[in-house]
Design a protein around this ligand. Structure first.
Ligand code: DC
Length: 215
């Protein structure tokens, strides 16, 4: 079983993907962490984010430790990831890994859930379930602002909203694999939903699909 989940930043797709993975016994790949890991490496090396050769080299040198680096969650790393994600060579270099993960997930699992921006449209267009999770920019900025506060960071909610809108625009307007729902995606707006309610809606969608085998 392959579940493809897409949507803008802070819509809830990470939390919901993880819950689905646990409930349905699936491996989970947060594909944003791949773009973030490339961006973090380039920031640390002081590389020019527009330099395709260096970015593709960074992809080739990625390893499992890079994907677990706590610094990946930094706000500036998210912005840098969004910039390098507009580069078609970087996307091409990362797509194979994502498809391999979907086809042959690690461990004894029943399949995989991948979340990102182009999973239902480009990475796994034949996924069994395609879901697009969204929420208003204000709701997403508020969540991100509260997360930053919880992590002990000072923040300004208006500033978080501005960077959220900037990232949305860049991710949606790029010419290669822009953020958009697949034509046959199930759309879920989490603006006024708790995580429990959103998860229940997804489970209802998945169990309502005739070819789904739920344990
Ligand atoms: O999901 P995230 O916020 O960790 O992703 C960081 C950036 O990576 C996001 O702004 C755009 C890019 N990204 C992408 O272009 N395609 C994906 N499948 C996942 C992330």
């Amino acid at each position: 079983m392959i579940i493809a989940i897409d949507g803008p930043a802070a819509a809830g797709k990470g939390t919901l993907s993880q819950l689905l993975a646990e409930r349905l016994d699936l491996a989970w790949l947060e594909t944003g962490s791949l773009y973030r890991a490339v961006a973090l490496r380039m920031l640390r090396d002081g590389s020019d984010l527009r330099d395709s050769r260096t970015a593709v080299k960074a992809v080739e040198h990625l390893d499992a430790n890079d994907l677990n680096d706590p610094e990946l969650r930094r706000e500036d790393v998210g912005q840098a990831a969004s910039r390098i994600a507009a580069n078609p060579e970087v996307r091409a270099a990362l797509v194979g890994f994502q498809r391999d993960f979907a086809r042959q997930p690690p461990g004894r699992v029943r399949g995989a859930v991948l979340d990102g921006r182009d999973i239902g449209t480009i990475v796994c267009p034949d996924a069994d379930y395609k879901i697009f999770i969204t929420a208003t920019p204000e709701a997403r900025a508020r969540r991100r602002f509260l997360e930053l506060q919880e992590d002990g960071n000072q923040g300004d909610e208006q500033q978080v909203l501005a960077t959220t809108l900037e990232r949305d625009a860049r991710d949606s307007e790029r010419s290669t694999s822009p953020l958009r729902p697949a034509d046959d995606a199930y759309l879920l707006d989490t603006t006024n939903l708790s995580i429990d309610a959103a998860f229940a809606a997804l489970m209802a969608y998945i169990s309502g699909s005739s070819d789904c085998i739920l344990g």
